[in-house]
Design a protein around this ligand. Structure first.
Ligand code: BGC
Length: 388
């Protein structure tokens, strides 16, 4: 069966600043990674050195036949001390944006992808009464470099951020899927929503939205009410915030089954990925359906989907299934504008370099990039607009 995607569909790959650039020294996460006795297995360190090697990354995206690249601006570089903005960092990101435009790539720019400046964290983070104003001031500072950018993601996975706020407070390890996590810290969730809406005001005229960790909560037998109650704080409330947005980002990897007493562990017999998540390509189509049903009239951009695996053929298998599900959801009426694979590079996976999500491997010593067959496979789909 052959499936065609619409003309003008965005086909791309994604990454984020902290995971790819390296030496994000003014950020909150750098401080955590480098403190004595840190629970992180790996430090981000030089990451993929994309702060210097971004032209090579963009060349790869273009040569593959993809037409879009998602990356994030790093607030900690742009405002390393409160109220002190780095013109050099702003100029850097302007060059990356221009680098995309020169290559005919549509940039999808995220303003906040998990990390914040250390001063922001130390000043109370999202729970400070100043948080929304601080974020708005940052958004104002980056506005002048966004010329030519059509797609802006304000905050990446606010639902995960708000759940992490609770998790970090409990000083637990950050293992498992987002879905099995504690409910979000509601004050953090409210602050993120307010920050998002403030950012959208500043970004008027650009297409802006936020990107949700779409967790595919499925009800175990007889647990529909429990599933609904589980999903409401962890996902639905964040979708509701997006009801007037220009688009919403769907980021789907797997599913989580909810029983009478909450999230069930991935069954022993289930096939798993390197992150321990269930191998479940249908996650994407289901997440798109779920989102479309809750946000009628809001265009969807798949801002992340992918798999951590050491076997590249498994990446193709997973992605083929995910794209088939996406196509089906679109045929049923979901208004989806593009598909951005996570990730372009084998980048820093928040504490470890072990789970490799990349279409492209990166030598950890030399930073040399090597295309995996999945990269070319996805590039061919992008060129033809067809999934065979
Ligand atoms: C995040 C990425 C992350 C990916 C895989 C998403 O939660 O936005 O930064 O690497 O999932 O875990």
């Amino acid at each position: 069966m052959e499936r065609s995607f619409p003309k003008g569909f965005l086909w791309g790959a994604a990454g984020s600043a902290h995971q790819t650039e390296g030496n994000n020294v003014a950020s909150d996460l750098w401080a955590l990674e480098n403190r004595p006795g840190t629970f992180f297995a790996d430090r981000s360190g030089d990451a993929c050195d994309s702060y210097h090697r971004w032209p090579e990354d963009l060349d790869i995206v273009r040569e593959l036949g993809l037409n879009s690249y998602r990356f994030s601006l790093e607030w900690a570089r742009i405002e390393p001390a409160e109220g002190r903005f780095s013109n050099a960092a702003l100029a850097h990101y302007r060059r990356v944006i221009e680098g995309c435009l020169e290559r005919g790539l549509t940039p999808v720019v995220t303003l906040h992808h998990f990390t914040s400046p250390l001063w922001f964290q130390q000043g109370g983070g999202w729970l400070s009464g100043e948080a929304v104003g601080r974020f708005r001031r940052y958004v104002r500072a980056v506005l002048p470099i966004l010329g030519g950018v059509e797609w802006v993601c304000t905050i990446n996975e606010p639902n995960l951020l708000a759940m992490m706020a609770n998790l970090m407070r409990d000083k637990e390890r950050t293992e498992g899927v987002a879905g099995a996590m504690p409910p979000p810290d509601q004050r953090t969730a409210d602050a993120l929503a307010a920050a998002h809406l403030a950012a959208r005001e500043e970004l008027a005229g650009l297409r802006s939205g936020w990107t949700i960790a779409s967790q595919n909560f499925e009800a175990a037998e007889g647990a529909v009410a429990e599933r609904d109650a589980w999903a409401r704080p962890r996902e639905d409330q964040f979708l509701e915030v997006a009801k007037d947005d220009d688009f919403v980002g769907v980021q789907a990897y797997t599913r989580v089954i909810i029983g009478k007493d909450g999230a069930l562990p991935v069954p022993d017999e289930a096939r798993r990925t390197l992150t321990g998540w269930e191998f479940h390509p249908a996650a994407l189509g289901d997440a798109v359906r779920y989102t479309a049903a809750r946000l009628p009239g809001v265009p969807i951009l798949v801002t992340e989907n992918g798999i951590a695996t050491a076997r590249d053929a498994e990446r193709v298998e997973y992605t083929r299934g995910a794209l088939a599900g996406l196509h089906e959801a679109m045929a049923e009426g979901a208004d989806v504008r593009g598909y951005l694979h996570w990730s372009l590079l084998d980048n820093y996976e928040w504490g470890s370099y072990e789970p490799t999500f990349g279409l492209v491997s990166v030598d950890r010593e030399t930073f040399q990039r090597t295309l995996k067959p999945s990269a070319r496979w996805l590039g061919e789909i992008a060129r033809s607009g067809r999934l065979d």
